[in-house]
Design a protein around this ligand. Structure first.
Ligand SMILES: NC(=O)c1ccc[n+]([C@@H]2O[C@H](COP(=O)([O-])OP(=O)(O)OC[C@H]3O[C@@H](n4cnc5c(N)ncnc54)[C@H](OP(=O)(O)O)[C@@H]3O)[C@@H](O)[C@H]2O)c1
Length: 310
């Protein structure tokens, strides 16, 4: 049994309007006093105090954190679109690196900072990356997220860096997840090109949220953790499993190679080893089939088996 800290009372989630942040805020709001930041997409949620905050503006960050006085910060805000980061490097640096620095430097000294990073800090030349493996990002998004890690390690007193694999689940109206995009396209009869040559360890967003909540209370600090699902898989195979479970025809999925679709360098294999984080969690991270079934239940309130047989 791992040691745990006193639970935080006031929590600040940056990127509350984003895919991960919104799911996280939803899960925290009944247990903590929750403040959630947004930038371009105002949103409201019962029991949550939402605020507009540009994390790149140090003065705004100072004012906000002086008022909130959080015990715990989940920093999920980022310019998270790989191709946009490559096109607008200045914005990517300002948000992902300077934004992270602003938050840490203006946080109360005794607060805990959880920095959400990515599997794209690796070059993808091997499989099942461990926390001890050396990062070597291939694109500017990965580079800025790695610099955010460095800024965190150099400036925060009590922090965890949690690198997350490709997440799946459903978001809100204004942040489109990978599955939101597949579902929307297929519902309109459109086809989607999915990579057969990139391996990840996809993670159900509700498990990401649960793990982040649990990790926030561990007494160990100043450490890196890899958080992903149990199974290494390509987007193409993942898409087929999703389509089969949700009843979409698999001919809507076209196999594609990354080089034919992307204008940005992407790692071929950035699958994670999740052994380290698994030791700290109260639940077992799912494989793809298990995660998709869980998602179906969360989404529809029943299991796919009972729906099909009913
Ligand atoms: N999605 C994945 O599969 C995945 C995988 C690994 C790691 N991650 C990491 O997980 C985190 C969340 O990703 P996501 O997919 O949830 O991203 P997302 O849906 O694109 O959300 C990004 C969030 O950042 C906010 N933001 C952007 N610029 C900002 C600024 N200047 N000031 C304040 N907030 C700003 C956005 O606010 P507005 O929308 O209101 O402008 C939004 O809430 C990121 O750190 C990302 O690097 C994601």
């Amino acid at each position: 049994m791992k040691e745990h800290k006193e639970p935080a009372k006031t929590v600040f989630v940056t990127g509350g309007s984003g895919f991960l942040g919104w799911n996280l805020v939803k899960a925290l709001k009944d247990h903590y006093r929750v403040f959630a930041g947004y930038y371009r997409h105002p949103f409201q949620m019962e029991k949550v105090k939402t605020l507009k905050l540009n994390i790149s503006d140090r003065g705004e960050v100072r004012e906000a954190l002086k008022k909130i006085q959080p015990d715990l910060i989940f920093h999920t805000a980022a310019l998270a679109r790989v191709e946009v980061c490559e096109k607008d490097k200045e914005a990517a640096y300002r948000i992902n690196v300077e934004g992270t620095r602003n938050l840490i430097l203006e946080s109360p000294k005794n607060s805990r900072f959880i920095y959400v990073s990515t599997d794209l800090v690796f070059n993808g030349k091997r499989s099942f990356y461990k926390e001890t493996d050396l990062p070597d990002p291939l694109n500017f998004y990965g580079e800025t997220k790695l610099l955010g890690e460095v800024v965190t390690a150099e400036n925060a007193l009590d922090y965890l860096i949690i690198r997350i694999s490709l997440m799946y689940g459903f978001g809100n109206n204004f942040s489109e997840s990978f599955l939101d995009w597949l579902r929307k396209t297929w519902t309109q009869g459109g086809k989607t090109k999915l990579f057969t040559d990139q391996y990840r360890t996809p993670l159900l967003v509700s498990e990401a949220v649960k793990a982040l909540r649990e990790m926030a209370t561990i007494s160990a600090g100043r450490e890196i953790f890899h958080l992903g699902g149990r199974e290494r898989i390509t987007r193409y195979e993942f898409g087929k499993k999703f389509a089969e479970l949700y009843g979409y025809p698999t001919y809507l999925i076209e196999p594609a190679s990354m080089v034919d679709v992307l204008t940005v360098n992407m790692p071929v294999d950035c699958s994670f080893s999740v052994n380290k984080i698994q030791n700290f969690l109260s639940f077992t991270l799912s494989d793809v089939e298990g995660g998709l079934r869980k998602l179906y239940k969360e989404d529809q309130g029943e299991s796919p088996v009972s729906k099909n047989s009913g």
